[in-house]
Every structure is written in structure tokens, then in C-alpha cells.
Design a protein around this ligand. Structure first.
Ligand code: PAF
Length: 309
């Protein structure tokens, strides 16, 4: 068996950019897999995807305060940097660099200045009074689905991904389709802002029972984990129902909401949307994605299924 490859760990953004530029000057192509750490098989599948696409792979591990609101789970977001390195080393070919910055934002205190990055939105960054003022927003796509209950989330994601793109300068970036809205938002941002980067969406990874892999699953009790299976089960039921001819989205949503409710979950949203525009549809006439967010205890999970007709 080949020895596991140890990645180079870079914490400084200038050094990261220098490494990328050096590699590119040698004709090497680079993929970036942005993560917030606490890696699982889903992340590793993104790395395997990235390995196929370019000579070199960079994985970033950074829990971004700009995408959490002060009432969300930034402080309890799980982390295990050492475990992450071991998992990355287990991927055939390994990864070349783990970019692990301590902070990506201006730490100058601007508490006396205006708070809120626009529209009165406050993330953990503004809460801490950081000097950062510039935000990237993908205005239409960020509004629906998760954007309704997490108003600062996609502004924070688009901004930190822009920063990562500017620092790493990758040729390819790989995102998981579990975060479907996030993937579409990044694709749109790259198109609208002319980033010379190919954005790849990688299929959802599930455990043997169908639960979509997520770093947040670690917070589920065994009982909640069983209940949470109602999400993927109900999505499969909806897909099977479409295959039998059901195109009415209200009926399909009711089916899913009932199934999750019966299992003891609380649905945040269950929406059938166009795969590109993410606009809600009433009848399925073209490819859609059925997106769900639901709470099990204190854990909010998301999942989705693409349905082609
Ligand atoms: O999907 C995630 O883990 C994060 O939203 C991302 C893309 C790494 C940005 O912080």
C-alpha cells in the first residue's frame, strides 16, 4: 500500500497565493475544495472529484464567521483539525495543500462605525465589530429556500468564497450538491463576476440508511438520527410519485411535510423549485429540485433530490 501523502499546511494568505502562482507558472492546474472542516465522506468525495480534474488539490478549512448570524451555531460548530488531516491523507493521491487561515477578515475594530453589512443584516463578524465592509450578494438566488430563515448566510458564503478564489486562484472549485442553493449561487457569482474558474457540483453522499452526510449530524442523538431518516425517505417517496405521474407540487409537498412531521421533525421549508432559477413551481413540467430543511431537536438539516421529467 502506498504511504499516505502528508499535505502542506499553509495558514498565511500571502504564502498561499505565492504557492498557487508558483505552481501555475510550472503549468500545473489547481482545484479548490472549500470546507469548514470536521470532514466526512461527503467532503472526501469532493476531494476525489477534484483529483480527477486538476494536477493539484487545495482544501481550505475555515469556519467563516461572516455566514453565521449571532443566534446560530458558530461557537458549537464542530472541529477536529488533526482528524481532518488524517482523513485527507486517506484519499488516493491525498491533497497537496490544506489552507487553514486563522482569520480572513480585517480585525480592526469598527464598533463605533455603522453596524450591519447592508439591509440591517448582522453576522458574527459585524457583531464582533470587525473592520470588514465589502459583501458579495447574488441577489435573486439568495432570497428563497435557506435565505428566508438565514438572511446573512449566502452573503457570507459568496464573500468568503470570493476571498478564497482571490487567494488560491484555482482553475476548478468543487462544491457539494447537498448545499444545492449554495452551489447555484457560486456558479452564478462566477459567471456574473467573470472568475476564470469552473465550478463543479458533486453528488450528495449518504450513509447506509440514506441520511445525507453533514458535519452537523454529529449533534443528533441516536433517536433524532432515526427520525431524520424521514427526510431522505420522503424525498424518495415524492420522486417515485412523480414517476407515477403526480406533477402537482402542493400534493407532493404535503406528502413530504406529513412524513417528516409524523417522524417528529419540524419542517423549515419543503419547496419544489426550478433547478437553475430556484424559483418555486406549481406543476412539474421541467427538471426541478425538491429542497427540504427540517429541525430534529436543535439540529437543522438540509437535503434535496433532483427530479427530471
Ligand atoms: O459549505 C461550506 O462548508 C461553506 O459554506 C463554505 C463553502 C466552505 C464557505 O464557508
Amino acid at each position: 500500500m502506498a504511504a499516505a501523502k502528508e499535505p502542506q499546511i499553509i495558514t498565511d494568505k500571502e504564502q498561499m497565493r505565492k504557492w498557487s502562482r508558483e505552481m501555475r507558472s510550472q503549468g500545473k492546474t489547481i482545484s479548490l475544495v472549500p470546507t469548514m472542516g470536521y470532514l466526512h465522506e461527503g467532503h472526501l468525495s469532493l476531494v476525489r472529484e477534484a483529483r480527477k480534474d486538476t494536477h493539484l488539490v487545495v482544501v481550505s478549512i475555515y469556519v467563516n464567521p461572516g455566514q453565521f448570524s449571532p443566534t446560530e451555531d458558530l461557537s458549537t460548530y464542530p472541529s477536529d483539525f488533526h482528524g481532518d488531516l488524517l482523513k485527507l491523507a486517506s484519499v488516493p493521491g491525498g491533497v497537496d495543500v490544506v489552507f487553514h487561515p486563522q482569520n480572513l477578515y480585517d480585525t480592526k475594530d469598527c464598533r463605533k462605525g455603522s453596524r450591519g453589512g447592508g439591509g440591517g443584516m448582522v453576522s458574527c463578524l459585524e457583531e464582533k465589530g470587525m473592520g470588514h465592509q465589502t459583501w458579495v450578494r447574488v441577489e435573486k438566488l439568495e432570497k428563497g429556500l435557506c435565505g428566508k430563515s438565514r438572511p446573512v448566510f449566502f452573503r457570507g458564503v459568496a464573500t468568503v468564497v470570493t476571498k478564497l478564489f482571490n487567494i488560491v486562484e484555482p482553475d476548478v472549485a468543487v462544491f457539494g450538491k447537498k448545499d444545492y442553493q449554495q452551489w447555484r449561487i457560486i456558479q452564478r457569482m462566477v459567471q456574473d463576476l467573470d472568475f476564470p474558474i469552473e465550478v463543479i457540483g458533486s453528488e450528495i453522499r449518504r450513509d447506509d440508511n440514506g441520511l445525507a452526510l453533514s458535519s452537523r449530524n454529529v449533534h443528533l442523538s441516536p433517536e433524532e438520527r432515526k427520525k431524520a431518516l424521514s427526510i431522505s425517505r420522503s424525498l424518495l417517496m415524492a420522486k417515485a410519485s412523480v414517476e407515477k405521474g403526480q406533477v402537482n407540487c402542493r400534493e407532493l409537498r404535503d406528502l413530504v411535510i406529513q412524513e417528516i412531521h409524523n417522524a417528529g421533525g419540524r419542517v423549515d421549508y419543503a419547496e419544489i423549485v426550478d433547478q437553475e432559477s430556484l424559483e418555486e413551481v406549481e406543476e412539474i413540467r421541467s427538471p426541478v429540485v425538491f429542497c427540504i430543511a427540517a429541525w430534529f431537536g436543535k439540529v437543522r438539516l438540509i437535503d434535496n433530490i433532483e427530479i427530471k421529467i
